[in-house]
Ligand binder design. Structure first.
Ligand code: ATP
Ligand code: MG
Length: 221
């Protein structure tokens, strides 16, 4: 993966060879700047690799049109990123409602209300993203991802902005989504205890995978 910065080409990821089986929970760790967010953006089809390819469920992303890619993202991928990507013109509740309504659920409002309650934001449902703190926006993003029950859930430092109580809430919700709906979970984190809860931990350094370890754990926190 190369990006042009100030006229110079910078190689960010090199020779990444990663296969994530369906329903696996993998964590990605590594120092700041090692390429974790870039890797997630490639997997999500938000960036395109300069070389190589990314495939989801056998579909090579580079062969899809923008419309097909948007459809695949909407139907299969849930994203919780360092920047939250909430829709600024919609309230917290409406942001969570969107995937439910796209799916045609009749009770989108009550489901979204329940999910906001689960992430501790029932008091805030009418607030717009700009009126919410970073951590609160993060929790709305998790509730929204939960609502869409994606086959693939990509989370970039989902607890980075949160205190430990709210951080645990988010992680419990992500793990529940992974366990109850069999969502494949790719989680970027700086928290090594959290990273070890995964089935497998990938360590990035300077844009390369330097370790790929199977974790031994009980599966609970
Ligand atoms: N658009 C861009 N143009 C040039 N360089 C970029 C661009 N985006 C990211 N980079 C560089 O790519 C490298 C990897 O960035 P990335 O955001 O993937 O790191 P990260 O592992 O997620 O770091 P952090 O833990 O701080 O979030 C960094 O050196 C960053 O400066
Ligand atoms: Mg990052």
């Amino acid at each position: 993966m190369q990006l042009s910065s100030a006229g110079r080409s910078v190689t960010i990821l090199k020779e990444i060879d990663l296969f994530v089986p369906n329903k696996q929970f993998i964590s990605i760790v590594g120092p700041s700047g090692s390429g974790k967010s870039t890797l997630l953006a490639l997997i999500a089809g938000l960036d395109r690799p300069t070389e190589g390819s990314v495939a989801i469920d056998g579909a090579s992303l580079s062969e899809l049109s923008e419309d097909q890619l948007a459809k695949l993202r909407r139907e299969k991928i849930g994203m919780i990123f360092q920047s939250f990507h909430l829709i600024p013109t919609l309230s917290a509740l409406e942001n969570v409602q969107v995937p439910l309504e796209l799916r045609g659920d009749d009770d989108a409002v009550s489901q979204a209300t329940r999910l906001l309650d689960t992430v501790g934001l029932s008091e805030r449902s009418g607030h717009y993203p700009v009126q919410l703190s970073g951590g609160e926006q993060q929790r709305v993003a998790v509730a929204r991802a939960y609502a869409s029950q994606p086959a693939l859930l990509l989370a970039d430092e989902p607890t980075g902005n949160l205190d430990s109580k709210n951080g645990k809430r988010i992680i419990d919700l992500l793990l529940k989504l992974h366990q109850d709906h069999g969502s494949t979970l790719v989680l970027v984190t700086h928290d090594s205890a959290l990273a070890k809860l995964a089935d497998r931990m990938i360590t990035l350094h300077d844009g390369s995978i330097v370790e790929d370890t199977i974790c031994r754990h009980s599966g609970n926190i």
